[in-house]
Design a protein around this ligand. Sequence first.
Ligand SMILES: Nc1ncnc2c1ncn2[C@@H]1O[C@H](COP(=O)(O)OP(=O)(O)OP(=O)(O)O)[C@@H](O)[C@H]1O
Ligand SMILES: [Mg+2]
Length: 370
Amino acid sequence: MHKKNIRSIKIFSSLNVRLNTALTFNVKPESEAFIEPLSPLRNTSQTETQQKKIDTFAEWDTWDTINAVKDALSLYHSVTLIEADEKAFDKLRELKPDIVFNVAEGFYGVSREAQIPAMLEMLNIPYTGSDPLTLSLCLDKGRTKEILSYYNIPTPSFDVINNIDEIKNTTLRFPLIIKPNAEGSSKGIFSSSFVNNTEELTREAERIFNEYQQSALIEEFLPGREFTVALIGNGDDTEILPIVEIIYNDFPENFIPIYSYEAKWILDSKENPLDVFACPAAISSDLENQIKQTCLRTYSVLRCRDWSRIDIRLDANGVPNVIEVNPLPGILPDPKDNSCFPKAARTAGLSYPDMLNKVLLSAAKRYSLI
Ligand SMILES: Nc1ncnc2c1ncn2[C@@H]1O[C@H](COP(=O)(O)OP(=O)(O)OP(=O)(O)O)[C@@H](O)[C@H]1O
Ligand SMILES: [Mg+2]
């Protein structure tokens, strides 16, 4: 599969179709400073409120991203912006677009990414990306891992805990990583999330329960190389973009080698981009095939549609394990932002507009709109 030369595809230009699209999104509040000027290592003396402020809106998009997506789609289609708030349902019902390009992360709870897709299903309006079931499932990392385990897809051994008492039942082997069960964009994952003993584990579990009011996922720590893999398409037409490796050698010495919140949003900034990515990853064809097979199976068993990004890390035996699946991948347009999906697309020769129109094309084909 994947025999097509994706460089040669002129997305939509040869097709004589112009779709009435709507772009659904959540925008980061501009009034509030999104990232506080923090030291790279988390200051544990911060109050809960300060801490919350740091990453509350980390998943949402800036106007830069929303406008870049709009401009990309506008090359071939009409685009109406619809903010994914309580008024969205009426607006969508009135507008009745041919198709919605959905990047909305939603409000509140583990099903937040499913909110707009669920409205669209009710209104019978086509949309890009996975359905409400897959979007909710992938945000619940523990549930996702249960399904991966059923299909024998390697994923780190894990427990989901709901209170401190449950820590004593775990038979997992340290070192461990502990994270909120249902967040993305490294929310709640700091250097301190890497724990070596029960005391550290308890401290971090308390932090997660207090600050995120949700279950905590505890996983055995995978010591190997880390990759992230972007996929576009459906069924036999699914394409895997060049694999991105996150290389931790250049991290400051006291940094735990994880793509933590500090690493993603503080250590790596537009002014000082962190050059820790290799794309395409320098890997043997054997490892490349193993990673691709694992990702394709994951994409298929989780019923991902149109696009997704899958995070992979090697275990002590060099076997690729799935860390988590992002059916609504981050797509910051500026290369300096080091957003991995657009980075993989660029390496494949796909511009930002090509990448997004390719996703739209996959969805449009799936609904037989073209
Ligand atoms: N079991 C593990 N072993 C080793 N490192 C891990 C493990 N789980 C997570 N990590 C590290 O923590 C990082 C963030 O974890 P994860 O991908 O689950 O968070 P996320 O917030 O959902 O990420 P994203 O921003 O991709 O949505 C990973 O990229 C990896 O570096
Ligand atoms: Mg991740």
